[in-house]
Design a protein around this ligand. Structure first.
Ligand code: BMA
Length: 330
């Protein structure tokens, strides 16, 4: 048995596991929940992040326009299923030099010390990690970029660890990076980042080939009594290109660069038509998870084929058991 640490969220979007389903994670029957043209100018809406907000939900969405320009937009929902996304890209106040972005994509949202922090891939002479915050999803404030280029998938922890802010990321290159491991970094003030630690890398050979090319952090880590539950993307290179699946790991609560368990089997992968067919086929890319500490329920938001947004469900027990039973490390 494992327990979610955190707030209750009785209105978490939810659908029971279909009878007979043996999967660690099951899909929402109404997927995709956000279509590619949910705003008038969008080519695709995917790899997006949501959070509980004022009794409902708010989110930051990756909307690629019909010019195929990558940007992030705010949105609101009463039930976490039907979203109203702003047709205007977010305008941050401040940011200085970091505000001179070339593109913005793959946002994460992290509730931390009463604010909603947003991290995203910020184009600044190549991809790096942009950081900002909002209190109301109306006014947005930008902070310094956290790292040097090239980096992607910057994901904050929802509380300080050992007295410092903490972030996972995946150092990369300027292209469609054919490598990638997950690192941990600390900061006293959300501006200066250091004490970098290796968390975990790809799995060579045949043992867990779906994560043999690169791995990168997904949603904000989920705190449980047994450790931080990390959902991440794992990638394999095939004769048809990269295939992105969702994996799960458990990290030490006090020293999260120590991996306690890591599933040899993926949790979710491109199998449904909307995950296999789109602008970039065969991509399931998790960027957010809602949790209800009352019931142990978890709702995972993930990008599908770089085109639409999907939702999947699990419980903390089911996920932690699956990761422990299929642990690659032992
Ligand atoms: C990564 C990022 C993601 C995307 C994925 C698959 O490098 O660009 O936004 O989902 O590739 O194309």
């Amino acid at each position: 048995m494992s327990k979610l640490i955190g707030a209750a969220l009785p209105n978490i979007p939810w659908q029971d596991c279909p009878p007979g389903c043996r999967e660690p994670v099951w899909r929402y029957s109404g997927n995709p929940i956000i279509q590619r043209d949910a705003i008038p100018t969008s080519n695709s809406i995917f790899n997006s992040a949501v959070a509980p907000f004022r009794g409902g939900f708010a989110g930051i969405f990756r909307c690629d326009s019909r010019a195929v320009e990558m940007n992030i937009h705010a949105g609101f929902s009463e039930d976490g299923l039907r979203w109203k996304i702003s047709p205007q890209a977010i305008r941050f106040q401040g940011g200085g030099e970091a505000a001179r972005y070339e593109y913005r994509y793959d946002p994460r949202v992290c509730r931390l010390e009463g604010r909603y922090y947003i991290s995203w891939c910020n184009g600044y002479h190549g991809p790096t990690i942009g950081l900002g915050y909002t209190e109301d999803f109306q006014a947005f404030h930008q902070l310094e970029n956290t790292f040097l280029p090239y980096n992607r998938n910057g994901v904050l922890f929802p509380r300080k660890i050992g007295g410092r802010y903490a972030m996972l990321s995946r150092p990369s290159d300027g292209g469609h990076t054919p490598f990638g491991d997950i690192f941990y970094s600390e900061s006293p003030d959300l501006t200066y980042w250091g004490r970098h630690r290796f968390v975990k890398g790809t799995v060579p050979g045949n043992a867990s080939a779906w994560q043999s090319l690169k791995v990168g952090p997904g949603p904000v880590p989920i705190e449980t009594d047994l450790g931080w539950l990390l959902l991440y993307h794992g990638v394999i290179n095939t004769c048809n290109g990269f295939v992105y699946r969702v994996g799960g790991a458990l990290l030490d609560r006090d020293e999260p660069w120590k991996v306690l368990a890591r599933s040899r089997f993926y949790l979710l992968g491109p199998q449904e038509p909307y995950e296999c067919v789109g602008d970039v086929p065969n991509v399931t890319f998790p960027c957010a998870a809602l949790t209800d500490a009352g019931t142990g329920r978890i709702a995972i938001y993930y990008g599908c084929a770089d085109t639409v947004t999907g939702l999947a469900f699990t419980t903390v027990d089911r996920l932690v058991n699956y990761i422990q039973e299929n642990n690659l490390l032992f």
